[in-house]
Design a protein around this ligand. Sequence first.
Ligand code: ATP
Ligand code: MG
Length: 405
Amino acid sequence: MSGIRNGFGPGAASPTWLGVMGGGQLGRMFAHAAQAMGYKVAVLETSPDCPAGHAADHLLCAAYTDTAALDELAAQCVAVTTEFENVPAKSLAYLAQSIVVAPSAECVSIAQDRLVEKRFFTQCAGAAGAPGVLPAPYREILDASDIDSLPDELFPGILKTVRMGYDGKGQARVASRPQVRAAFDNLKGVPCVLEKMLPLAYEISVLAARGADGQAVVYPIAENVHRDGVLFKTTVPGPNVTPECAARAQEAALSIIAQLGYVGVLCIEFFVLQDGSLVVNEMAPRPHNSGHYTIDACVTSQFAQQVRAMAGLPLGDTRQHSPAVMLNILGDIWFSGDDEQPQEPCWDKVLALPGANLHLYGKDDPRRGRKMGHVTFVAPTLAQAEQHFRDACVMLGIAAERFHA
Ligand code: ATP
Ligand code: MG
């Protein structure tokens, strides 16, 4: 097998190592995919007890900025990727002086900053041949004086921190300038953007991947439902997604990934508005929660795809072979009522449902709101997968009204 810089492929006499910055569940599932292809995996992460660390062949326990640890990772691996988008871009740039880093520090740094990201999307939308998908109308708020000049048409809106936001954290819904002032103070005056609140019909994400040779592929569109700012359910094919919407979103994603010169798996979130128009929200420079269904429902999972892209191997087939519904498993279901003693959910019942695939991330400390795992239901028809998803919600004590958009 060729493509890897030193010529050693999986299964060669001396093991080839791939590195991951970050020790979460995305790193864990990446490690499983890489190991299935014969690679050894090194993880760099500050915490010794982490989901990826348990799966890795070597856990380097150090800060992301620790130069000695970065040197060790670079010496051991032929290529490094990231599973956590807030890894300092400087550390990725440092690694890139000696080994392949995919995605690049530059691409990751664009995704780390909502303002830079929105400017990039706007520029992409204006490129020749691009489908012209724009972000929501927005204004930057770098200090309190920017609040006075906000245009009225941005209200009601959502104030979001420029950096470090995830799972709806670092956000506030605001209806007026005084509310923006209060929310901006609450967010400690860090740089923010105010986005116009749009009338969403539904939300989708597009998973794409690109190799160093410029070959790019795209997965089927995923339709996502969030609860309390966290992804709750992903359905593929999306029941609301029209062929026109799917084609436009895939075209926009391919245009974005090409204009970034990106290498690896990239997930782009879009909003579909009530009038059918498409708006680009944000991107994650890594495999994504909404792409977990690919493990059980596609020819090549998003994690195997990341391995292929970073190792310079041909990209895999993105074809979906089964309709799929993914249920995110949060720590809440370990607790019933006010009982503070966690109880293992009834996995035996869930796994008795046809087509249920359970993935737990090896976290032994369930907490409310914490992502503990996911279950993907695959079936010959979407209606059957959806029924098994609903049955599982009942078994796990997830309130019925919570799974309606
Ligand atoms: P995550 O990391 O979980 O993807 P995040 O914290 O980065 O989330 P966003 O994706 O920007 O935040 O927003 C979270 C959710 O809030 C969106 O999925 C959507 O449901 C809603 N939302 C965000 N921006 C808007 C908007 N401009 N108009 C309407 N709804 C919005
Ligand atoms: Mg989001």
